[in-house]
Every structure is written in C-alpha cells, then in structure tokens.
Design a protein around this ligand. Structure first.
Ligand SMILES: [Zn+2]
Length: 332
C-alpha cells in the first residue's frame, strides 16, 4: 500500500513554498479531517536536496526554531539545490509538547521504516521512508534531550558500514562546527530515522542540542550556524558563519555500561554535572525515598570511565529510568 498522506506543496516548483502534509485522520470530532504537518520547500538553482527535520520528538525545540530561523534567511536566488524542511515532523506530539504522539503513543524515532496502514506516527515514518528520503541527498534530523534529559550539545553521525557514506557524514559533521561529534556505532536500532537514511545511502547527521523540554539559546545558535556551515560545505550556499578555531572532540558510546539506570524510585540527586570527567566506580548520584525518612538514599555508580554527556532532567525517577550516560574519546 502506498502512503495516504498528500502534500499541499509541489516539491519540484522553484522558489519558496510553505504548506502542509495532510495525514488523513477520521475521528469523532472530524470525520474527513487531516493532521496537518507543516512543510517548507525552498528550491533554487539545480543542486542537491537537503531534508531537514525537527520535532521528531515533540518536546525538543532547538531544531525546530533553528530551522525556522534558517528558512527566514534562505533566498532561492542564492541557493544551489533544494531544502525540504519539516520542523514539527511529529506534529501531534509537537502541538502537545510531548515526546510521543498523543494520537497513538508512537515514538517517531522508533517507527522506521513505518507503515502506511499503521497509526499516525507510523504513517509519518512511512512517508519519510517512501517519499521524502528518496528525494534527499542529505538529511539532518535534529534532536534534544526533551523533557527527561539534558545534553551537552553535539552533532552526530551513525555508522552504516559503508565507508564512503560514513566518511561523507563525518566530513559534514566536522563542517557543522560543534564542539563535540558523537559517532554512534554501537547497537544500531533499525527503527531510527538515521538507520533508515543509512539504508537509503543518504548522507545523514543527527545530534542533541539541549533538553529539559526547554529552549537552549546556545543550542539554537549552534544549530542555525551549523546548518549554514554544512550547507556551505555541500556547496548549497556561499556565506556561512566562521567555524570555531579548534577541531571537535570526537566521542563514542561503546556499550550499555556507559549508561546509569535508577535501581529504585524516588528523587535523584546527581553527584556530577554535564561535562564531569568520570572514573569507573564514581558516584553518579543518589535516589532518595519519597516515603520513609529512615531509608538511606540508594547510591548509583558509574560502571565505566568517560565524560558525562547526558543527565536526567526531572528530579523524580522510577526504577529503570536513565539517570546519566557517558561518552569516551574515539581512539585516533
Ligand atoms: Zn529526540
């Protein structure tokens, strides 16, 4: 079955268009209704196609704002190629300020390649896989920690095993100009957007640029400048902000041991900050009982060396929640 989503924009028309993808959604309130998913197309001189997505998770805001700032300054007369931008890709989740969709509970970044007959989240993933990614030469799916996590900002690539594809992605990540590049090569999940784009041999970037369900000013600034730098790297625009003087720190996450999970429910008191350098066995924090003053706090320890890249944002935690994770330098 092909997609049931249709578009109010013509992806091949020149110039600037804004409109919607229309996802049929027949419900009690609206028998013939659609879920509108905002889309912009900027089409200049012949050249490559860049697919930009934010709001894959609906409580992550740096990417959506930076994409919209970029669009405001993008002139098709000075653009080589085409930008297709969907800054609120999982639109129902974005409108609700939630990581997952209130329509079907779906996590769009665990939904690829998607299913046109599934719920709205799966149908969006399928449209990405079957319509948008096949048009793309380059793809950047921009994330942040959302409501439950805080990140030190980084741009990322996901290794595909295709040497040329991975090298093109790494070159783009270096051109982006973040202080950190995370190279995902452990436990690839086939349901991720960048797993799908790797299958389709589209040069892809990801990244986390803030968190806490809030808007990080440095995160927005980094994404906007980084997108312009990487577009210049790909020959799509001429002018871009200067890159930072020193090269990025290239990081990796090797095993599950890089993550710390709560072993009891309660209130998490971190013992570290983002960026703290950790030795195996260091205290990550402690979880205090919400009930019994006689209870001693439960200490949670790091099981590996590394730098703290990510921390739990809300104080309340349940057993099984991720409290922190580490990354280590990629050996040169
Ligand atoms: Zn995300």
């Amino acid at each position: 079955m092909t997609t049931q989503i249709w578009s109010t924009v013509d992806f091949d028309a020149k110039g600037v268009q804004t409109g919607d993808l229309c996802l049929p959604h027949s419900v009690h309130r609206s028998a013939y209704g659609v879920i509108p998913i905002p889309v912009a197309v900027v089409n200049g001189a012949p050249g490559p196609t860049l697919l930009l997505t934010g709001g894959t998770h609906g409580d992550e805001y740096e990417g959506p704002i930076a994409i919209r700032r970029l669009l405001c300054g993008l002139d098709p007369a000075s653009l080589k190629g085409r930008v297709i931008a969907l800054p609120m890709l999982n639109a129902p989740a974005f409108r609700a300020g939630l990581r997952t969709s209130p329509e079907d509970g779906g996590n769009l970044n665990r939904a690829y390649p998607g299913d046109p007959q599934g719920g709205p989240t799966s149908a969006i993933a399928h449209y990405m896989s079957s319509v948008l990614l096949p048009m793309a030469d380059y793809f950047h799916d921009i994330h942040a920690g959302g409501s439950s996590l805080q990140y030190q900002p980084f741009v990322s690539i996901r290794r595909s095993g295709d040497v040329a594809l991975d090298q093109a992605a790494l070159s783009a990540a270096r051109a982006f100009g973040a202080e950190r590049i995370l190279i995902w090569d452990y436990s690839p999940d086939p349901r991720l957007s960048t797993s799908e784009s790797n299958r389709q041999k589209v040069v892809s970037l990801g990244g986390e640029f803030g968190g806490g369900g809030s808007v990080s000013r440095p995160g927005v600034a980094l994404v906007e400048a980084g997108l312009r730098r990487v577009m210049a790297h790909w020959g799509m625009i001429e002018d871009a902000p200067a890159a930072p003087g020193r090269p990025a720190r290239e990081l990796q996450i090797k095993t599950r041991d890089y993550y710390v999970y709560a072993t009891r429910s309660g209130v998490f008191e971190p013992a570290v900050d983002l960026g703290t350098e950790i030795a195996q066995g260091d205290l990550a924090g402690q979880v205090w009982s919400t009930e019994d003053l006689a209870d001693r706090p439960s200490e949670q320890f790091f099981r590996h060396d590394g730098t703290v890249l990510c921390l739990r944002h809300p104080g309340l935690v349940q057993r099984g929640d991720c409290l922190a994770h580490l990354a280590t330098e990629v050996p040169q």
